[in-house]
Design a protein around this ligand. Structure first.
Ligand SMILES: Nc1ncnc2c1ncn2[C@@H]1O[C@H](COP(=O)(O)OP(=O)(O)O)[C@@H](O)[C@H]1O
Ligand SMILES: [Mg+2]
Length: 321
């Protein structure tokens, strides 16, 4: 698999401050890659260096086959970027805004309206195409900004904290949109300070703190680094002792604790136990009345790896305004 992005020793120094410190990672083509870290970690600075907006102090980066350090302007045609800086005209309607951007990119007239129609369909904005951008909701505007970043069919899409400041429903819509783009093969680099968002969307996550990458891995593997007991807590319509033998005989179960109609089964991997457990219970004629699981989250991994409390990330943001 070809790397869409390859970064080595990327560093940005502002006076005394090392904002990004020897950052290195690679993103595979088609991957949805997350940069997760608290406010001030260096996420935006990293994205700006990868998109040719900020000159690195040192290091190297190839993005979509372009050397962004040596030739920062060449990369622009190959990437799309969502940033805080709005590039849309409020008085112009949705369709005309995208047409304007398509013309800037030199998209041929015939291709233009097809591309824009497709994007507005995908982004749920087709019914608003004649609406001035200034009258759109915050969520619609954010979606339009991402559509604008995709007009020229870039190979890599950079989304810097796309869901920050959105209401719950709009953020949810945007997350499914990111998954849809991912399924269509767009390489996406997403920065976020929401642990759940990284866990839900990203194939791999780089945890960044104080300009340095702490670790890079899949959410599942990061979770498995956390030493925490996984168990299933299950309750039956009868004393659990009647099922003790069956529960203990399950391959995946390491230990069983029975108490009244409840049983706690300690396991290595929750996903492995569900099927055989339900089968064993059904075969015994018993009924399950409640079922809960306890397993480590990416949040637990984050705390272990960075020593930061996840609340700190949200508090920082709030204080920021
Ligand atoms: N233009 C700049 N001049 C000086 N310091 C900056 C500049 N841009 C960012 N910084 C500093 O670099 C650090 C990283 O910032 P940033 O990349 O915006 O973090 P994040 O996006 O993770 O919140 C912060 O301490 C920030 O104050
Ligand atoms: Mg930022």
């Amino acid at each position: 698999m070809v790397d869409a992005i390859r970064v080595e020793g990327l560093t940005k120094v502002y006076g005394e401050l090392v904002a990004v410190d020897q950052v290195g990672f690679a993103v595979r083509a088609g991957e949805l890659f997350g940069l997760l870290g608290p406010n001030g970690a260096g996420k935006t600075t990293t994205i700006c260096m990868l998109t040719g907006l900020t000159r690195p102090t040192s290091g190297s980066a190839m993005v979509a086959g372009q050397d962004v350090v040596k030739r920062p302007f060449q990369v622009k045609e190959h990437i799309g970027m969502l940033s805080d800086v709005a590039s849309l005209y409020n008085e112009m309607n949705v369709w005309d805004n995208l047409t304007f951007i398509a013309r800037l990119h030199g998209l041929h007239r015939n291709k233009r309206s097809e591309r824009i129609g497709d994007l507005l369909d995908l982004f749920g904005l087709i019914d608003s195409k004649r609406q001035p951008v200034g009258t759109l909701s915050t969520g619609q505007k954010k979606r339009l900004m991402i559509a604008a970043a995709l007009v020229h069919e870039p190979e890599v899409l950079f989304l810097d904290e796309p869901t920050t400041g959105l209401d719950v429903q709009s953020a949810r819509d945007l997350r499914s949109l990111m998954l849809e783009l991912h399924s269509r093969g767009v390489t996406i680099v997403l920065t976020t300070h929401y642990i759940q968002e990284a866990e839900q969307l990203c194939q791999r996550v780089a945890i960044i703190n104080q300009g340095r990458i702490v670790t890079i891995d899949t959410p599942d593997h990061l979770k498995s680094l956390v030493q925490q007991e996984c168990f299933v807590q299950i309750a039956f319509d009868r004393p659990a002792d009647e099922l003790r033998a069956r529960l203990q005989s399950l391959d995946q179960v390491e230990r069983v604790i029975i108490s009244g109609s409840g049983a706690r089964l300690y396991v290595k991997d929750i996903s492995e136990i569900v099927e055989p457990l339900i089968q064993a219970v059904t075969a015994s004629g018993a009924r399950v009345v409640s079922f809960n699981t306890n397993q480590p989250t990416l949040e637990d991994a984050f705390v272990t790896l960075t020593g930061l409390h996840p609340e700190v990330m949200l508090a920082d943001k709030a204080a920021d305004g």
